[in-house]
Ligand binder design. Structure first.
Ligand SMILES: Nc1nc2c(c(=O)[nH]1)N[C@H]1C(S)=C(S)[C@@H](COP(=O)(O)OP(=O)(O)OC[C@H]3O[C@@H](n4cnc5c(=O)[nH]c(N)nc54)[C@H](O)[C@@H]3O)O[C@H]1N2
Ligand SMILES: Nc1nc2c(c(=O)[nH]1)N[C@H]1C(S)=C(S)[C@@H](COP(=O)(O)OP(=O)(O)OC[C@H]3O[C@@H](n4cnc5c(=O)[nH]c(N)nc54)[C@H](O)[C@@H]3O)O[C@H]1N2
Ligand SMILES: [Mo]
Length: 766
């Protein structure tokens, strides 16, 4: 028998042999499949599953708030489901009655299931809403700066995300693809909600065959999928300066498209005055930018002329806005694209994130899909997602966000389902302190992740191959009937069933379940979506037939996409949703917020720490990039064979330029310590001459594994990263702004502790 399952890395076929053993395979209809997750059911991964409900020992013995400094570092006691559910429900009830629902943090950020019903984040939000509400989060780690900035200046991120000019259009029309941060294939392996067909490699290959010139400006030379591409090394976090200097050249040589700027943009003159240096006495010339970025002035000037002379697509990686003042490079890019005047033309304008996920550049249909309604939240309070440690450490503290003065809640209880803050948050030693503030932490997890280990009550959750679901993602061309392939491991339960039991104990079962079990919900969500699609003239079979055929391919809905085409065609009748209806190169709204760290138009502001800080480079500091890992999705399946094969003696590899390694007496495979004021971790050296000297690269995803001193043994860059907001406009994560020292070689044993289970004791009978 063949069944389907699905994950953010792609649709998988499951085959069961005569002995009942299940093998996962990639989908044969995918031209460029990847092997992520094929090891999901293997022993190495199953070994780190949570098998039974567990409670932190001191919490169980002494109650909420006990021995908080031990959270994350003490044994668990396994208890029955009844006992664990009773304890959790009673604690949620105590907290909501004593402190109010505004003291429950249920933000629960993270990339849980591709299945649209068993999506843990949607489940926990629906449950907490039913139970009276919770403090939520806004935005994402991915796009913290962009999601706040873009609606002010051009269009909301969901529009931008879903309407990138497609690969086929670029192949036919683009002449020059100029990238900041590349178009990395490794990241386009995934898409939130799953993938039927991967588009990046075939798309880039077709562009290469069409002879389209490609240039990547950035610290890393191997993240443009094209051997013929040119690499212009630049210091991390300095792209804004390069873009401003390109703008200066266009102005200086009269190459800006005045007609476009007049008709489609506002505020260009104020920006131009800044670029010329009329405002601050510093013209943003290529010579000025060379000192900041290390890109030769002549190269900057020529790239500006080349961009103006032909059909040019500018692309910027999402990572650039995950940095100190991350609003600026993106705003500057939109300003530069406006000066080139090709926005809305086939193959021209700007892209923001080609290579960040499969969706960007897809020509699959923009279709609605099934989603679990989350109900109504009676609590209005929220935080920008990456401000979690700030909130926990400063209850009642104030901060600015998108023009508002806001106050942090006083959080007593955290509920997390479907995320891993010990993967995603910056400055983990700071998070360690913050995490000791709430009296109780409840986590639903499939695996004994560091987050599960940092909980008081852990509920074991099922994985997608253990449950039926519906896989869908817009512009990914499919609806897939995800099947239960194997029974739940040990005592694992679906998140939905866990929340059903809790809601019964909290007198909100009817609100949470509406009287339905999972099977009934799946049918309802599918049939509802079938009706919506039918109104658009798209017929799909009834639910039972869908479950039998397994996969619906929307290949007929494919059509070329040109971003902002309608706006260009008729800006009066199809204005943008910005206050002026046009592209805001100067934003009165943002200007009106009066923020020093994000004024009314794009500007160069020094990052909080960078290679240009006085003395830093000469003192041997390196800029650490912590990019997305090639062999996994964040921290997921880090224990699997595919991820482990890229580790050296059980550790993550830090890429360094051979010159930097030689200067420190380091060779391939040496174990080194990466340190700064915030923390330390170990990693194994990998020499890479496609990395700019002065820059190191340690991909994220290694499970946090601190020794007694707090030094991470496994190679998790987030013990080093900076926990600050991009600016008081967006308060996004600044993971890519980070200086470190690298020393070694160290004589230490291989890392074999990262996937250890916590100490688990059986419950005493009495
Ligand atoms: N230094 C640095 N840090 C970064 C970044 C960076 O570039 N550099 N990038 C940031 C970005 S963009 C992101 S999106 C975040 C990602 O951060 P996360 O999304 O938090 O990372 P994941 O490892 O995907 O965590 C998902 C967790 O959900 C669990 N899970 C999956 N499915 C289910 C389910 O059905 N039920 C339950 N209960 N649990 C489930 C998984 O086991 C896993 O532990 O990291 C951020 N952190
Ligand atoms: N395989 C895999 N794919 C993923 C993910 C994963 O975990 N694994 N995560 C997904 C998620 S949640 C997200 S948000 C996206 C993120 O997508 P991105 O944000 O694009 O991903 P990164 O890998 O952090 O960065 C891409 C490249 O940007 C470059 N870069 C970093 N800093 C700078 C800079 O200052 N200037 C310039 N010019 N270049 C710079 C680096 O060379 C880096 O390789 O990826 C998604 N795709
Ligand atoms: Mo992300």
């Amino acid at each position: 028998m063949t069944y389907y399952t699905s994950a953010h890395w792609g649709i998988r076929l499951a085959e069961r042999d005569d002995d009942g053993r299940v093998t996962l395979r990639v989908h044969p209809g995918d031209a460029d499949p990847n092997p992520i997750g094929l090891d999901q059911l293997e022993d190495g991964v199953q070994k780190v599953r949570v098998r039974r409900p567990a409670v932190r020992k001191s919490w169980l013995e002494q109650g909420p708030g006990a021995a908080l400094e031990k959270r994350g570092h003490e044994p668990f006691v396994e208890v029955s489901w009844e006992r664990a559910l009773d304890l959790a429900a009673a604690e949620i009830d105590r907290v909501r009655k004593t402190h109010g629902n505004g003291s429950i943090f249920g933000g629960s950020y993270g990339w849980s299931s591709a299945g649209r019903f068993h999506h843990a984040q949607s489940q926990v939000h629906r449950f907490l809403n039913a139970a009276g509400g919770y403090v939520r989060h806004e935005n994402s780690y991915s796009l913290g700066a962009a999601r706040v900035l873009l609606p002010h200046i051009v269009a909301p991120m969901p529009y931008i995300m879903a309407n990138h000019t497609s690969w086929d259009v670029m192949r036919d029309h683009t002449q020059f693809l100029l990238c900041f941060g590349g178009v990395p294939w490794k990241n386009a392996q995934i898409s939130a909600g799953g993938i039927l067909r991967h588009h990046l490699r075939p798309g880039m290959e077709a562009m290469r065959e069409a002879g389209i010139r490609m240039v990547n400006i950035g610290p890393v030379g191997d993240n443009l999928e094209n051997d013929a591409a040119e690499w212009v090394p630049s210091r991390p976090n300095t792209d804004t300066a390069v873009i401003l200097a390109m703008a200066w050249v266009l102005l200086d040589e009269g190459l800006e498209d005045r007609a476009f700027l007049d008709r489609y943009a506002t505020g260009f003159d104020r920006f131009a005055a800044y670029v010329r240096g009329e405002a601050d006495g510093t013209p943003k010339t290529p010579d000025w930018a060379e000192v900041i970025s290390a890109v030769p002035a002549g190269t900057i000037a020529q790239l500006a002329r080349d961009a103006a002379a032909q059909r040019t697509m500018l692309n910027m990686s999402w990572s650039l806005q995950r940095a100190s003042h991350g609003e600026q490079p993106l705003w500057a890019l939109v300003a530069l694209a406006s000066m080139l005047g090709q926005i809305g033309l086939p193959g021209g304008g700007f892209g923001f994130g080609y290579g960040a996920a499969n969706t960007l550049g897809s020509n699959e249909g923009l279709l609605p899909g099934p989603t679990l309604p989350q109900g109504k939240n009676a609590v209005t309070d929220y935080i920008p997602v990456a401000r979690i440690a700030d909130m926990l450490l400063n209850p009642g503290g104030t901060y600015r966000y998108n023009g508002e003065d806001r106050t942090y809640a006083d959080i007593r209880l955290i509920y997390w389902a479907g995320g891993n803050p010990w993967h995603h948050h910056q400055d983990l030693n700071r998070l360690e302190k913050a995490w000791q503030k709430p009296e109780t932490v409840i986590v639903n997890e499939q695996y004994w992740t560091p987050t599960a280990k940092h909980a008081d009550i852990v509920f074991p959750a099922t994985i997608p191959p253990e449950r039926d679901d519906i896989g869908f993602s817009t512009r990914e061309g499919h609806l897939v009937a995800m099947q239960q392939i194997v029974p739940p491991l040990a005592e694992a339960r679906d998140d939905y069933d866990i929340f059903t039991e809790l809601s019964r104990r909290l007198d909100c079962e009817e609100t949470f379940t509406e009287g339905m079990d999972s099977a009934a919900w799946l049918r309802k969500l599918y049939e509802g979506n079938r009706g919506v699609l039918a109104k658009r003239g798209i017929e799909i079979p009834p639910y039972d037939e869908f479950r039998e055929i397994g996969l619906i391919d929307f290949v007929a809905e494919k059509a070329p996409v040109v971003m902002l085409e309608e706006f260009r065609a008729d800006p009066e009748r199809k204005p943008l949703s910005t206050p002026s209806g046009r592209i805001e190169i100067f934003s009165e709204t943002i200007h009106g917020f009066g923020l020093e760290d994000c004024p009314g138009h794009p500007v160069w502001l020094e990052p909080e720490e960078w290679l240009g800080s006085p003395g830093k480079a000469s003192e041997g500091w390196l800029h650490l990039l912590s990019d997305q890992p090639e062999r996994k999705l964040h921290s997921q399946l880090d224990a699997g064979a595919h991820s482990r094969a890229n580790k050296h003696e059980g550790r993550e590899q830090v890429h360094v330029n051979p010159a930097d390694a030689a200067a420190r007496g380091l060779a391939e495979g040496d174990v080194v310590e990466l340190t700064n004021d915030r923390g330390a971790c170990l990693a194994a050296v990998h020499l890479n001459d496609r990395l700019m000297p002065g820059v190191a690269r340690l991909s994220t995803g290694a499970w946090y594994d601190p020794d007694e001193t707090g030094r991470d043994r496994h190679g998790n860059p987030n013990v080093l990263t900076l926990d600050r907001g991009t600016s008081s406009l967006a308060q996004g994560s600044v993971a890519q702004t980070c200086l470190v020292r690298i020393t070694g070689p160290l004589n230490v044993p291989p890392c074999d502790t990262a996937f250890d289970l916590p100490r688990i004791e059986g419950e005493e009978e009495n």
